[in-house]
Design a binder for this molecule. Structure first.
Ligand SMILES: [Zn+2]
Length: 311
């Protein structure tokens, strides 16, 4: 699975988001984000590594200027974090001019690739990374000034605390100082194998009981990924819950794959390119992939969506 993991080989956080220095004005302002500074310890292994299957450089700011060098990286597909599954944008500050010479908008990195080493460009007291995370894709110029005068990351969704956005892969990252942030360890996390199969046609709802509004239908024998199961309800994402009674770990002989929708609101039609819109499903909804015809995907009996908006 496309987990988002901590991007550094040594976690040595020197300032959390609510420490008394400048970060407090990020985390108490409006807009707010939740930066950490990480100095990666004193060794040489101090690169920022691509922390998910693939990221694209969206923007590089500050090279040759007095301002702090800043880089925006965006995942090219949804990532799994401890609290949601969606696109992610990471803003990183302070790498040196010389280390950004080969970094440009549109460049793509694969998981584990070294992107740039830590630096002290701008007004840093010593080499480190200043890192903030936002759910969703980069929005507009990628940042905005908050009411306390600091530049804050801007994405299509909202900014998130680092421990809510990244797992720690202990096979990759050695934790020297976590500054009391409560990161989830990937290797201990039960979501590692959370593949289930539906044993019936299932209503997907916005919340964990049957009074919540209907989102969509999943066909029987669809392979899905579950984030957690509580009180008989399985959470597929922030806005998708199904009854866990109709899920099994046993792989059926024949099953459908599932995909996630990528459009803000996707029309579900009665047939390929049909002119009857039955309902609309929100972004990041899980759908069964029963069959594909030309550019259309069947997600249920007599229900079709445009394949371009599936991932
Ligand atoms: Zn910082």
């Amino acid at each position: 699975m496309n987990y988002l993991t901590y991007p550094l080989k040594i976690m040595d956080i020197t300032q959390g988001y609510d420490d008394n220095f400048t970060h407090k004005r990020h985390s108490e302002g409006n807009l707010k984000d939740y930066p950490i500074d990480d100095a990666c310890g004193s060794g040489n292994n101090s690169y920022f590594y691509c922390p998910c299957d693939e990221m694209i450089v969206k923007k590089v700011y500050g090279v040759g200027l007095r301002a702090s060098n800043t880089i925006w990286l965006e995942s090219t597909s949804p990532v799994v974090t401890p609290t949601f599954t969606d696109f992610i944008t990471i803003m990183v500050v302070h790498p040196e001019d010389k280390d950004l010479r080969n970094i440009y908008k549109g460049k793509i990195y694969k998981r584990g690739e070294a992107i740039f080493p830590k630096g002290a460009d701008g007004f840093a007291t010593g080499p480190h990374f200043h890192i903030t995370l936002g759910r969703g894709k980069m929005l507009g110029s990628g940042w905005a000034k908050n009411n306390l005068g600091l530049w804050i990351l801007k994405t299509t969704e909202y900014n998130i605390k680092p421990e809510q956005g990244m797992f720690i892969d202990k096979n990759f990252t050695t934790v020297k100082n976590n500054r009391n942030l409560n990161f989830v360890d990937l290797t201990n996390e039960p979501v590692v194998n959370n593949t289930y199969y539906t044993t019936a046609n299932l209503n997907v709802r916005y919340g964990p009981n049957s009074t919540y509004k209907f989102v969509n239908l999943l066909a029987k024998n669809t392979k899905i990924e579950v984030l957690e199961i509580n009180n008989g309800w399985a959470k597929l994402s922030d806005k998708e819950y199904v009854s866990s009674i109709y899920l099994t770990k046993n792989k059926p002989k024949l099953y459908y794959e599932s995909k996630k929708t990528t459009a803000a609101l996707l029309n579900v039609r009665n047939k390929p390119n049909g002119n009857v819109i039955l309902y609309r499903i929100p972004k990041n909804t899980t759908v069964s992939v029963i069959k594909e015809e030309h550019n259309w995907t069947q997600i249920y009996n007599n229900r079709w969506v445009y394949s371009k908006y599936l991932n």
